[in-house]
Each structure stands twice: as structure tokens, then as C-alpha cells.
Design a protein around this ligand. Sequence first.
Ligand code: ATP
Length: 320
Amino acid sequence: MQLTKLEIKGFKSFGDKITINFNEGVTAIVGPNGCGKSNVVDAIRWVLGEQSTRMLRSEKMENIIFNGTKNRKAANLAEVSLTFDNNKNVLPTAFTTVTVTRKLFRNGDSEYRLNDVKCRLKDITDLFLDTGVGADSYSIIELRMIDEIINNKENSRRNLFEEASGISKYKVRKKQTLNKLRDTELDLSRVDDLMFEITKNLRSLEGQAKKAEKYTLLKDEYRQSSINLAYYRIADFSSELERLQGQESKLNKQSTDAQEHINKAENALKQIREDNLEQEKNVSIQQKATQEFINKIRNYESEKKLKTNSLRIFRIKKAD
Ligand code: ATP
């Protein structure tokens, strides 16, 4: 595995994009004090996932973004990419070239990329595990670290030997395994809690299941009883219907007979009315004839009276 290229943009003193190609042999970066040589090492450490601002010689993480100069605006994004040649498949991936990228925005957002695909920091640390490459490995040594190793600060010499002899990766794995073990123990106690809860719920569910079973039985019984009741009612209704139909036909017959009677009576009444009318006509004719007779009699009577009077007057005159 060979480090082939480092690209830096907006990181610390590098406002413009710079590319450093690591060709065959040794690559040395030289320059006056303060020109940014250590910043190159910081960039490599940072892109591999360094989280400690102290190790990056900065007060806070935001300070690693290019701050600008008198004539240049500050950058909003720090971006570093590190490319490896993976021809010998040291890195556990199918790619022959692997590029790791880290970005940090001034608003605090950050992202990691593997061959330009977004990923987690864990994906990058897992990829470089056991290869001696990493933010806290001794493959990246700055001037300050040499002093620390000489003075054996915080057991740094022992750490260097442990890493060189390959022990540190096992220590890391041991730490990871112990962490996993602790997590698993926590999970197990959580499982116990869950089991307790589930058992409690199970009891109440069993009660509910029994009730549901009883409910189903009762529902079936109720259904069967409803069907029987319906049959019984249908039979009852049928005999009642027959009885009512018999009654209806009897009443129909009675009604027809009565109608016939009514028709006959109406015909007789009609005949009586016609006879009455005829008789009334006759009566009126006779009344008219009677009236004429009466009139004639009255005429005769008044004539008789006149004549009687004339006769009386005649007799008086004759007697005189
Ligand atoms: P020496 O040879 O003395 O160790 P060096 O070449 O290693 O120096 P560095 O320490 O890498 O220099 O760089 C320091 C320079 O980087 C300083 O001039 C500092 O102002 C600049 N610098 C650091 N952080 C930023 C930043 N966020 N923005 C702009 N410049 C920065």
C-alpha cells in the first residue's frame, strides 16, 4: 500500500487548493518557518479522523478552516483528500485506488467520503484497521511527538513500541470487545427487563385470550339460538298466515254477498223511486183536474148566487 496523493483546500494556511504527489522514494517538504509544513501533517491526521483539537494544534475544530488574510476572504469549508494505491489489497476493499475525504463546514456540518461516496468515520477507521495508518498511529509523527517520545510523556514510548510490535491493534480490539461486552451486558439486563414485562403482559393476554374464546363460544350459541328462533317464528307466522288467509277468503265471500244484496236493494230502490215519480205525476194531473173542477164549482156557485139574488129582486119587484 502506497500513499500517492494529498489534496488540501481551505484547511488551515491553505486557502487555495494544493496537491502533493508522493512518488517513488522519499518525499520531503521544505520551507521557511511558519509556511505550513506541519499543517500538511495535520491535514493527513485530520482526514484520517482525528477528533482531538490539541493534536491538530488548534483551540477548536472550527479554527482548522482557512481564516483568510488581509487580502483574502475566510473559507467556509475545509476539505482534505488522501489517496492510496491499493494494488496489493492491503486495504480490505475491491478498489485498487482508495481516496478518503473529510469536509468541515463553518456551520458545523461535516462529512466523510470513501471514493466520493458518503460514509461514517467508523467505515474509514475499519478500513485502515491493522494497516498502521490512522489518526492516532505512529505512522504520522510530528516534531512535537519526537519530544514527547524522548521524554516518555504519557507512556508515549511504550505506546510506540506496542504499535511497532503490533500489540496496539490487539489492545484496540480488546477495548472494542470489552465495550461490546459491556453493551451486551446492558442489552442482557434490558432483555431481562423486557422478559419481565413480556411475562406480565403474557398473563394478561392469556386472560384476554380465554375471554375471547368464551366470547366466540357464546357468539356461536347465540347465532344458533337466533336461527332456531327464526325457524320457530317462521313456522308460527306460516300457520297464522294460513288462518288469516282463510279468514280473508271468508270475509271476501261475505263482502261479495253483501255487495250483491246492496245491488239488489239499490235496484229495488231505483224501481220504487221511478214508481213514486210516476205516481207523483199522476197525483199532480189529478190535483190539476180537481182544481179545475173546484174552479168550475166556484164559478157555478157565484153564478148561482147572482141568479138567486136576481130572482129575489125580481120577486120583490113582482110583489110590489
Ligand atoms: P515551523 O517550521 O516553524 O514548524 P511550519 O512550516 O510547520 O512552521 P505551520 O505550523 O504548519 O508552519 O503553520 C503555521 C502557519 O499556519 C501560521 O502562519 C498560521 O497563521 C497558519 N494557520 C494556522 N491555522 C490557520 C487558519 N485556520 N487559517 C489561516 N492560517 C492558519
